[in-house]
Design a binder for this molecule. Structure first.
Ligand code: FE2
Length: 255
């Protein structure tokens, strides 16, 4: 039986995600933004065995302690932020792999949003959990790292297979698409996707997950080599990381 993945809203715009492996019966939460909605989703009979933490921000770890106290689940998180991850049992870093039931989980270092941010990739299932590094048509704000770090992190994610299904930490898609059109206005795929996203948002439906392939076509941070974007920014000769930094800088000021 295939992996079951449940995505649901937590707080205001965070996503909670539960991953259930029917073969082993194990269930993991990707981050723990809020206890009540996670508990509600576990009511279907799943028992929480693990939390995979991506970074130390409060809206990703708030429910770690409460869920661990109740379920005795193990908390896996980035070694570099271990002192700020409540309940951490296992410290991981990029390149680490571990088994969760029958699943092969790989850790990708993605510093930038925070210095220790990690993503979790399940290559056998073609699924990645990118939290606050990669969003649909966007990327995380660079709070702790540098544009160079964030760019290198996004390049690692862009190198995953196109069919990889991507779950993100927040529902920021509509704003991201509106911004993306300001730097990539003639991209037909992007315009089409923006219309689709607006319809989903108006219906109160989630716009995620996405895929690496779709992001390559529509995410400006994945498209810093695109001639049209470079021309639009008057940065035809700039290094890729400079184009990235300029797009991120503009987004920081975008309302
Ligand atoms: Fe964050």
């Amino acid at each position: 039986m295939a992996l079951s993945i449940e995505q649901f809203t937590c707080r205001s715009d965070n996503f909670g995600v539960l991953v259930h492996d029917p073969a082993s019966g194990l269930t993991a939460a990707i981050d723990a933004p809020e206890e009540a909605p996670i508990r509600a989703r576990l009511d279907k009979g799943w028992r929480l065995d693990a939390i995979f933490t991506t970074h130390h921000h409060g809206d990703h770890v708030e429910a770690n302690a409460g869920l661990k106290a109740d379920f005795g689940c193990t908390v896996t998180g980035p070694a570099a932020e271990a002192d700020r991850i409540p309940g951490i049992d296992r410290r991981v870093t990029g390149g680490d792999t571990f088994a969760f039931g029958g699943l092969d989980v790989r850790v990708i270092d993605t510093p930038g949003h925070t210095l220790g941010h990690v993503c979790y990739w399940l290559p056998g299932e073609a699924v990645a959990f990118t939290a606050d590094t990669l969003f649909a048509m966007g990327c995380g704000r660079i709070f702790e790292g540098t544009p160079e770090m964030m760019y290198a992190s996004l390049e690692k994610l862009r190198a995953l297979p196109d069919e990889t299904i991507v779950y993100c930490g927040h529902e920021y898609t509509e704003t991201n698409a509106r911004f993306a059109l300001t730097v990539d206005p003639d991209n037909a795929d992007l315009r089409y996707r923006y219309e689709a996203v607006k319809r989903l948002a108006a219906a109160g439906r989630p716009t995620l997950p996405t895929t690496i392939g779709l992001e390559k076509k529509t995410n400006p941070y994945f498209r810093v080599g695109d001639p049209a974007i470079r021309k639009h920014l008057a940065m035809e000769q700039a290094a890729p990381v400079e184009v990235f930094a300029e797009i991120r800088r503009r987004k920081d000021a975008f309302r």
